[in-house]
Design a protein around this ligand. Structure first.
Ligand SMILES: [Fe+2]
Length: 448
């Protein structure tokens, strides 16, 4: 199969093999950067009860790669059966991980490197087509492992954001953008669209299968909500007015004395924030970052709006009203380039709202992909026809009303782990993640 209209050969085995190799190498380069920018004691320390020590992530990346590529795909024996339990995310919650007898940094590095060396040999010799093995068809297992490493790289970047003291990570800022002067919202016409995917080779189980979803007409913000707009909510007493808050959100902000996004603090008349160890004035034109689902939900209610549902978000991002087809990304089927979106930790912050005109959807919605994860109103639920693959713990155990869905990826997400169908989730109180949002509202049938 070729993605329609683009010539992207999504099923040519040799192209996929090259992609898998590139994705694994890119991920490892980033892992090395994130674990070499601090001294060893910083790798073994726990910087927040919400996070693992960085050295846990490092060996866990190697352990998952060993489990899936070496043992499951290639049938090899366990290299270190003694450490499997330590790096099983379900056996040990994050808060408990620093007290485990973890591999010290040098050993964790060499273990991950040894696994990688063997995995690359297996990559070369594994058939990608017609094997009857779903795990290796189209190189899925290799794509899954590259995504897994990149997801932990994003987690490690969050750990760096939570650390106190200087952070030796640098990246150029996104280019300044002229103030966005387009319409504040866009009408997405009502009707069915195709949600999820059955053709994206490395899509994870929760993104599957493709299915028709009827979505009534709605308006959605053209850009994510900015710091400036969010500051107006704060200035209007948003955090002290119970009317805007879901009851659990209200209890949570009262109990934890929350009065602004995480990492913000007031200095006289202005808001400052701590970002990767440095302090700066909160930039007014950037999408707001580090807000919880409750904060996003309260802002939307204050603004006389609401969060988009997950289906609305995906329709805004993928539905092309001209052809009636759902594309892989808002701009079409082509893989992301730096002109389309702020992805892959090229920058250490979101780009100003209204950036990336080349990445906009056919209806003109911008920055759906990259910059900030966007909270939706939806709980994480399986699509009709869902089947867990290759293991229940990837998504199935998280289904239910405890987790809210985030879409679109942040500046810290690599393109391999980001597409129009990709689903992320977290507890509604969480905000150490690179989370922002945009708002929506119903449109009457007359506006369709
Ligand atoms: Fe993991």
């Amino acid at each position: 199969m070729t993605a329609p209209g683009t010539g992207t050969p999504l099923d040519d085995p040799e192209t996929l093999r090259k992609r898998a190799l590139a994705a694994l190498l890119t991920a490892r380069e980033r892992t090395a950067l994130l674990t070499s920018c601090v001294e060893d004691p910083e790798l073994t320390a726990q910087h927040s009860p919400l996070m693992s020590p960085l050295v846990w992530d490092l060996a866990h990346i190697g352990n998952q790669e060993e489990l899936w590529l070496l043992r499951t795909v290639a049938g090899r024996d366990a290299m270190r059966p003694d450490i499997d339990g330590l790096y099983d995310a379900f056996e040990h919650p994050r808060a408990e991980r620093p007290s485990l007898p973890l591999l010290p940094p040098a050993e964790a590095r060499s273990y991950a490197a040894e696994v990688r060396g063997r995995a690359l040999d297996i990559l070369e010799s594994t058939a990608f087509q017609g094997t009857g093995a779903p795990l290796t068809e189209a190189g899925f297992a290799f794509g899954m492992i590259a995504q897994h490493e990149q997801q932990h790289d994003e987690t490690m970047l969050i750990t760096h954001q939570l650390r106190t003291g200087p952070v030796a990570l640098t990246a150029p800022d996104p280019l300044p953008a002229p103030a966005f002067t387009g319409p504040a919202e866009v009408l997405v016409p009502g009707g069915p669209f195709t949600m999820g995917t059955s053709t994206e080779p490395w899509a994870l189980d929760n993104e599957r299968p493709a299915h028709a979803r009827l979505v009534p007409p709605f308006f959605i913000d053209t850009t994510p909500v900015t710091n400036e707009a969010y500051q107006a909510f704060i200035a209007d007493g948003g955090y002290t007015d119970r009317r805007w808050w879901a009851p659990e959100g209200w209890s949570h902000i009262r109990a934890h004395s929350i009065e602004a996004p995480q990492f913000w603090y007031r200095d006289g008349g202005q808001w400052l924030r701590r970002r990767f160890g440095a302090t700066e004035v909160v930039p007014p034109d950037e999408p707001v970052l580090h807000v919880s689902w409750y904060e996003a939900d309260a802002y939307a209610r204050w603004a006389g709006r609401r969060l988009p549902s997950e289906a609305e978000w995906e329709k805004a991002a993928r539905h092309d009203p001209e052809t009636g087809r759902s594309t892989r990304y808002p701009w079409g089927d082509a893989d992301p380039t730096p002109e389309h979106a702020n992805l892959g930790q090229r920058h250490l912050r979101p780009a100003p709202a209204g950036s990336y005109p080349a990445g906009q959807s056919p209806l003109g919605v911008r920055q759906l992909i990259g910059d900030v994860w966007e909270w939706t109103s939806s709980d994480l639920l399986p699509y009709p026809g869902f089947s867990a693959f290759p293991y229940r713990e990837y998504s199935e155990v998280f289904f239910g009303s405890e987790h809210k869905v985030l879409r679109g990826g942040s500046f810290a997400v690599d393109p391999v782990a980001c597409r129009g169908t990709f689903r992320n989730w977290d507890y509604p109180v969480r905000r150490q993640i690179f989370s922002g949002f945009r708002t929506a509202r119903d449109a009457g049938p007359d506006s369709a």
